[in-house]
Write a protein of this length. Structure first.
Length: 325
């Protein structure tokens, strides 16, 4: 049996873990441990809560380690005692040391949701959506010290549907990675000396860090750019605008061919009955906002939001890089 350790934390990567747990044993892969982030306080009550990967492991009786740091000597000692052949990482959330990478007999491998060497880094799915990409990939590669630069074991292409957001696309790509992970492990089991295919560093691109303030919508941009930003920033940091001095979160948006007056200022919106949406003017084209959440209020459909406006004679969202104090 090939001894496997799986490292990850968020809900999205439970899918490949689950696939490995349910199908791996019959194929000669023994999941000997899960490594995840420690439990953290959640909500107003501060109740301690495990990350989803750790919760799944404990629910299924899998040995779990939850170190504060993957560099901690006591953790590395315990990891060595497991004698792993392969360590799998998927959105684990910590940089791995050289000492760590020497532990598995065959190597550490990573599930990365992009067509490497495109979009190396922590936010490959939002980066692809920001660029308006219509295709992406899942790559399983060897982990090396240089960021996402290891040799590729397996890569599979996937199309991106026009309305997929970062949240829904990330979930789908990690779900698709389960069978790929088994295939990659079978390759390593059949040939422990397999080195993979080197990446072309000259073609490498890198993800930009996403900051919270990037969610503010700039209506002076064109509709396609605004829509792609909405998709990329869902669920975090989300997209929002200002109506007067009140912040309004945009929770559902699509492109639309419905137009507004050429003389209207950017950010002007009107309710469109056929689509049941707010059509908002951009520098080029318009977007249709289907759901919104006013600050302190509940998420609502566009009709409810429109009907709740007291003055419909001049309605426009503001473009401002600075929120009012």
């Amino acid at each position: 049996m090939m001894r496997i350790v799986f490292m990850g934390s968020p809900e999205d990567v439970v899918a490949p873990l689950k696939y490995l747990w349910e199908h791996g044993s019959a194929l000669g892969f023994e999941l000997v441990a899960i490594v995840s982030q420690p439990a953290r306080p959640v909500g107003r009550g501060g109740k301690m809560q495990d990350p989803p990967v750790a919760s799944y492991g404990k629910e299924h009786g899998i040995f779990c380690l939850q170190p504060e740091s993957s560099r901690a000597p006591e953790f590395l000692t315990e990891l060595k005692s497991l004698h792993p052949d392969v360590i799998i990482t998927a959105a684990y959330g910590q940089i791995l040391s050289e000492e760590f990478l020497k532990i598995p007999k065959i190597g550490t491998i990573n599930i990365h949701p992009s067509r490497l060497p495109q979009y190396r880094g922590a936010t490959p799915v939002p980066a692809a959506l920001l660029d308006g990409m219509t295709n992406t990939a899942v790559t399983i590669l060897f982990t090396v010290k240089k960021l996402d630069a290891g040799n590729i074991i397996l890569q599979k292409d996937f199309s991106i549907s026009p309305e997929e957001t970062a949240g829904s696309l990330t979930k789908r790509l990690f779900a698709e990675s389960g069978p790929m992970l088994i295939e990659a492990l079978q390759t390593l089991k059949q040939d422990a000396m397999f080195k993979g295919v080197p990446q072309n560093d000259a073609e490498a691109t890198f993800c930009k860090k996403i900051e919270k303030e990037m969610g503010m919508i700039d209506w002076t941009r064109n509709a396609v750019t605004i829509f792609n930003q909405f998709r990329a920033f869902e669920p975090w940091p989300g997209s929002w605008t200002l109506l007067g001095d009140k912040r309004v979160a945009i929770t559902d948006m699509v492109l639309t061919s419905t137009g507004l007056s050429e003389t209207a200022k950017f950010g002007t919106f009107q309710f469109d009955k056929p689509s049941k949406s707010l059509v908002v003017k951009c520098s080029q084209g318009a977007v249709a906002v289907r759901r919104l959440k006013p600050a302190g209020g509940k998420d609502m459909d566009a009709a409810s939001f429109w009907n709740g406006l007291k003055d419909k004679s001049q309605v426009f969202f503001l473009t401002d890089s600075v929120l009012p104090s």
